[in-house]
Design a protein around this ligand. Structure first.
Ligand code: ATP
Ligand code: MG
Length: 403
């Protein structure tokens, strides 16, 4: 018996109405994209499932590719059968004979309500038939080696015994776009992945402080983007030349407040670029309490420069969990390569853990930072990473009239 289809079960089943249509449409696009290396496949979908017709292909690499696509709850390897009960019995029998295992149960479901047998009759009669014809098998309803699912749908019956977990979440593109702050460390790529899983597209922003930070950071970021291309095939990275502003901060601000002021500037610039590129929020890899600038008090002081939503998917996760996810998405090894982040180079010895907004405002009055922020925004360079291939634009020529 050769399985001939994959049945894709949708995630987030509470999605209804127009949203569900958009869900299915976006997911369909993303599935085709993920499987474009398999030109012989064909696709169908209905309200509850998308089907991949295998046309003789080995299902294993196809399932693996589908497991990276967000919006998929699970994937079943199925055999499509005629619906009449005689065919069903025959196909169920040959499926069971081709499988390992000594105990089984049948789980039947009937979405075609005109079918002459009820679900429990289908399960009982098929089970009896299999027992009679496979003497080595016995029924175990609690812990069977094999659960044979039989689904009677309008177009056909589907038989399956193997189901693989999907990534869950929403299809990419369903939930808008965020401006993701990408540093080159362990956390921010994992935060980016959390958005992608949720169906949110990312555009990235990185603050570079050459010559204090080197091009090695950019190489790291490119490698991270290549890994993230698995989930979003084209990603823009805005590189902000931050040196001048950063030096001005260090000349005018008392050392313990430098990081807070620096991050306030980062958020101001991120907001400007987010608006320019139609991003609905700013994403960051901060986690509560991880370092001085990530206390709740710091977050209040930093947030107060913008009304834009700032979303921190890792806020309540601990580092070990984050590292596990970084390993899973293949960014960990890249992130731990040594590099100089602009935060680490200008790191004060005793950063303020409970900064006050009034103090921040006091320091910011001491120098004209607005033109420096404008200059940062004007002089952004862009890397577009598209399916692992990069394109570079000095001083983002594309900014004018984009989108
Ligand atoms: P990561 O591992 O992501 O670098 P971290 O634990 O080193 O995080 P910080 O350096 O305090 O923490 O940065 C917190 C967050 O701020 C990062 O996750 C990232 O979203 C953002 N960030 C920090 N530095 C930069 C930078 N140079 N460019 C863009 N974003 C940055
Ligand atoms: Mg960092």
């Amino acid at each position: 018996m050769n399985y001939d289809h994959l049945m894709i079960h949708y995630g987030e089943l509470s999605t209804k109405g127009d949203n569900k249509k958009a869900f299915i449409r976006e997911l369909g696009k993303n599935i085709r994209h993920a499987l474009k290396g398999f030109p012989t496949l064909s696709f169908r979908h209905d309200h509850d499932h998308t089907y991949v017709v295998l046309n003789g292909e080995d299902p294993k690499p196809i399932i693996e590719a589908l497991q990276e696509v967000s919006g998929i709850q699970k994937i079943s390897l199925v055999y499509r059968s005629e619906k009449d009960f005689a065919s069903l019995k025959e196909n169920a029998l040959s499926l069971m004979k081709s499988e390992q295992g000594k105990t089984f149960k049948v789980i039947a479901k009937r979405s075609d309500k005109t079918y002459p047998k009820h679900s429990y009759e289908i399960a009982r009669e098929l089970g009896g038939y299999l027992l009679k014809n496979c003497p080595s098998l016995s029924v175990d309803v609690h812990h069977p080696d094999l659960s044979l699912h039989v689904e009677i749908r309008d177009d056909a019956a589907y038989l399956y015994a193997h189901t693989y977990p999907g990534a869950g979440g929403y299809p990419l593109g369903m939930n808008g776009k965020i401006m993701m702050m990408l540093s080159g460390g362990i956390d921010s790529p994992v935060a980016a992945y959390a958005f992608l899983r949720r169906g949110v597209r990312i555009e990235c922003i990185h603050f570079a402080a050459p010559p204090y930070t080197s091009d090695a950071v950019l190489d790291k970021l490119k490698d991270i983007l290549r890994q993230l291309n698995v989930y979003q095939p084209d990603i823009r990275l805005n590189i902000v030349p931050f040196t001048k502003l950063q030096l001005a901060i260090y000349q005018n601000v008392d050392e313990p407040y430098c990081i807070t002021i620096m991050r306030r500037m980062m958020f101001r610039i991120a907001e400007r670029l987010a608006k320019l590129h139609h991003c609905l929020a700013i994403g960051s890899g901060e986690s509560i309490g991880q370092v001085a600038s990530q206390t709740l008090e710091s977050m209040i002081a930093i947030n107060s420069v913008t009304n834009y939503p700032i979303i921190r998917p890792l806020a309540v996760m601990d580092k070990l969990q984050v590292i596990q996810l970084a390993e899973k998405i293949g960014t960990y090894e890249i992130s731990i390569r040594p590099f100089e982040d602009c935060c680490t180079i200008f790191k004060p010895k005793k950063p303020k853990t409970k900064p006050k907004i009034s103090e921040c405002e006091y320091f910011e009055k001491k120098f004209a930072w607005e033109p420096l922020v404008d200059e940062c925004v004007r002089n952004v360079s862009v890397i577009i990473m598209k399916e692992g291939e990069e394109a570079y634009y000095e001083h983002d020529d594309l900014q004018e009239g984009r989108e």
